[in-house]
Design a protein around this ligand. Structure first.
Ligand code: PGA
Length: 256
């Protein structure tokens, strides 16, 4: 059984003060829930503050939204894996569609970052997903396979097992338009098949594949009830501590 993983991608939101208020409510609401893995992914400037806020908490992990693949050096504006590790960051989101479309990240770049993250013992959350034009053009499988093979090239089965995949159809991100559970399941099953082809069946069965794109409390249970959907990467709805708690509770209802 794959343990579900629910992550809050705050994007460019939340000052340190706002993240304090979030945590104050969220920690009370969520208690010691540990039936699913919970990850908070603040902007870089709030990482240290949230890390402090989580220092006495066992069941909530910290993630970052990006990193550079080099260890150090003349890379103005960038952040290394070691800098994240120092703040007790455990996960790092890589190749989010906003990074790909707005900041020119290619599969090759995502691959370098993924390898560097794994070498530094950070667990990458590697994002893939098609645009609306690609879906309408019947290219979903081609796009997902290209992104997977490119972003995860050269990873060992053990490294793949330490990686989380986030399937985020670009047309569903921040649009209020969610993939139907059947559409999402179809993509997730396809992704798992490619992962098996890249490694082996046993490895592919262990890898967690999150769905992302307008996830909210009302659609969580039906999405996460699908056989190959192992969690959610939540943007907008993760900014509200009560709403995010409700998403986690909905995921837990599936566990009986
Ligand atoms: P959304 O964002 O939940 O606001 O659609 C998801 C994401 O981009 O990770």
């Amino acid at each position: 059984m794959r343990k579900k993983i629910i992550a809050a991608n705050w994007k460019m939101n939340m000052t340190q003060g706002e993240s304090d208020s979030f945590l104050e409510t969220f920690l009370l609401e969520i208690g010691d829930e540990k039936r699913v893995d919970i990850v908070l992914v603040p902007p870089f400037t709030a990482l240290a503050r949230v890390s402090d806020g989580l220092s006495k908490v066992q069941n909530i992990k910290l993630g970052a939204q990006n990193m550079h693949w080099e260890k150090s050096g003349a890379f103005t504006g960038e952040i290394s894996a070691e800098m994240l590790r120092e703040l007790f960051v455990r996960f790092v989101v890589l190749g989010h569609s906003e990074r790909r479309s707005l900041f020119g990240e290619t599969d090759e770049i995502v691959n370098k970052k993924t390898k560097a993250a794994l070498e530094a013992s950070l667990k990458p959350i590697v994002c893939i997903g098609e645009t609306l034009a690609e879906r309408d053009g019947g290219q979903v499988e081609q796009v997902l396979e290209r992104q997977l093979r490119g972003s995860l090239a050269g990873l060992s089965p053990q490294q793949l097992d330490d990686t989380v995949i986030a399937y985020e159809p670009v047309w569903a991100i921040g649009t209020g338009r969610t993939a139907s559970p059947a559409q999402a399941q179809e993509a997730h099953a396809f992704i798992r098949g490619i992962l098996a082809a890249m490694s082996d069946n046993a490895t592919a069965e262990k890898i967690r594949i999150q769905y992302g794109g307008s996830v909210k409390p009302a659609n969580t249970a039906e999405l996460l009830g699908q056989a190959d959907i192992d969690g959610a990467l939540v943007g907008g709805a993760s900014l509200d501590p009560r709403g995010f708690t409700e998403i986690i509770k909905q995921a837990c209802t599936l566990l009986g």
